[in-house]
Design a binder for this molecule. Structure first.
Ligand code: ADP
Length: 450
């Protein structure tokens, strides 16, 4: 079967998401920094070009009245050079007959008298428009960049007389940019490092998330397994119980005493198994919220009496007394499911009988403005404060010499407490080793009175 792509992405969404973050965030930071630096440099270059053009305009103003006098122009150029500005080179050229341009003044005195036949110069002269070009001097390291601006020089009456070729150096700006670049790179590396650290941490959280999801899945599988297995066990067990009881009742013919003893043992064991299966089913129903409560106003006295009646045989077998102090004639009711209340009482009174070996069990009520309490007190084995804390945990059983032969699963009290909570009740325990235990179940009372 081809692998299911949607489920692959669904299952690995967290992983792919983290991977995208790890690649995307550092790349975004790097691109943003480089783009920022490049933009700043571009803006500075154009700013300088503007400055170069302005310098030419100022120069034009300075020489407008002296364009016929080459020596004065040379003096002005020398003064500009001495002031140590960003202007690297200034050359003033005048057109010649043979379409070339003669250098009449220059910061580079060796060029004086030379004739340039440059297309740029010709274009500026004909178009009467300045031209700016970005060039670089590769003869020095690092290469020095500069703007070359050529523009026409006009006299005070506006007549074109010469050309000025001015080179403005970008050296200072380039040094500044390089410094900024180095600083930005250091900040970039540190930022990327911390972002990566954060993302690696994110990966760890992602691992926990995956683990948590797996645990939940396994837990769900366990719940499903218990639910299905216990459900499937119920029918065959009912069959076994039915046939064994038929044998014991003599329906299938007469059996001798030895066989009867064996069948009785088998019957008792199947009943224990039945209790376990029922408890497992209750646990899974409670955990999955599948238990329905048929809530109604109920008279607790009736339910307590019914449960005592059913458990009396067990108490009698152990020669234990059960004393029930009923409520006065007019007593409040509680709002609960009668069958679930019977299940709760069956477990707590049943436990009191199971874990008591002499004396007996007392059951009575306490009523106040808001609550009705059922108190079940026994003179049994009791328990330590440590055991009392863990009493309602699933599968928790107190193992002592006295209780080691008492059958049980350790699920009863967990189920009982859940059932009490879901009917808005609460349960408390007081106990002392070898003195006895007292279970108090509290339910809110409802207005209606008997
Ligand atoms: P079990 O099936 O083992 O009785 P429960 O959840 O009903 O499971 O009870 C958990 C444990 O609490 C028991 O194993 C027992 O050790 C202890 N326990 C419960 N009720 C009493 C009691 N009345 N007196 C002493 N110990 C008790």
């Amino acid at each position: 079967m081809p692998p299911d792509r949607t489920s692959f992405f669904k299952d690995n969404f967290q992983f792919i998401y983290s991977l995208i973050l790890i690649v995307f965030i550092p790349v975004a930071i790097v691109v943003n920094t480089l783009w920022g630096i490049q933009n700043t440099q571009k803006n500075m270059d154009y700013e300088l070009q503007r400055k170069a053009t302005l310098a030419e305009e100022v120069f034009d103003g300075a020489v407008a009245n002296s364009l016929e006098n080459d020596a004065t122009i040379q003096t002005i150029i020398d003064q500009i050079q001495k002031s140590g500005s960003e202007v690297k080179e200034i050359t003033v050229l005048k057109p010649q007959q043979e379409e070339g341009f003669l250098v009449i003044a220059s910061s580079e005195t060796k060029n004086l008298g030379l004739i340039y036949k440059s297309l740029h110069n010709a274009a500026v002269w004909v178009e009467d428009q300045p031209i700016a070009t970005l060039g670089s001097d590769t003869g020095v390291t690092p290469p020095e960049r500069y703007w070359t601006v050529i523009s026409p020089l006009k006299d005070s009456s506006g007549d074109k007389k010469a050309l000025v070729d001015m080179k403005v150096s970008l050296k200072d700006i380039d040094i500044l940019t390089q410094k900024n670049l180095s600083q930005s790179m250091i900040i970039l590396v540190v930022t990327v490092f911390f972002v990566l650290l954060l993302l690696v941490n994110h990966f760890r959280f992602f691992e926990y998330a995956v683990l948590f999801r797996r645990l939940k899945e396994v837990d769900q599988m366990k719940d499903d397994f218990i639910s299905i297995a216990s459900h499937e066990m119920k029918t065959p067990m009912a069959g076994i119980k039915g046939y064994l009881s038929m044998i014991l009742e003599g329906v299938s013919g007469k059996i001798d005493q030895k066989a009867k003893d064996h069948v009785e043992k088998a019957f008792a064991n199947v009943k224990r198994l039945d209790v376990l299966v029922n408890e497992l089913l209750d646990v899974s129903r409670l955990e999955q919220g599948r238990i329905q409560f048929d809530m109604q106003p109920i008279d607790l006295t009736t339910t307590v009496k019914q449960v005592i009646e059913e458990l009396k045989v067990k108490a009698d077998e152990k020669r234990l007394t059960i004393q029930y102090q009923e409520m006065p004639e007019s007593h409040p009711k509680i709002f609960a499911d009668p069958d679930r209340i019977a299940q709760i009482l069956d477990n707590i009174i049943g436990n009191a009988i199971k874990y008591t070996f002499k004396g007996g069990i007392q059951i009575y009520h306490q009523i106040d403005q808001e609550n009705l309490k059922i108190i079940i007190k026994d003179s049994g084995v009791g328990m330590t404060p440590e055991d009392r804390k863990r009493l309602f945990e699933k599968f928790y059983r107190i193992r002592t010499k006295q209780t080691q032969d008492v059958p049980g699963t350790g699920l009863g009290l967990w189920i009982t407490r859940e059932l009490i909570h879901r009917q808005n009740g609460e349960v408390y325990v007081d106990s002392m080793v070898n003195i006895g235990s007292q279970f108090t179940i509290v339910f809110p009372i409802i207005e209606e009175k008997k």
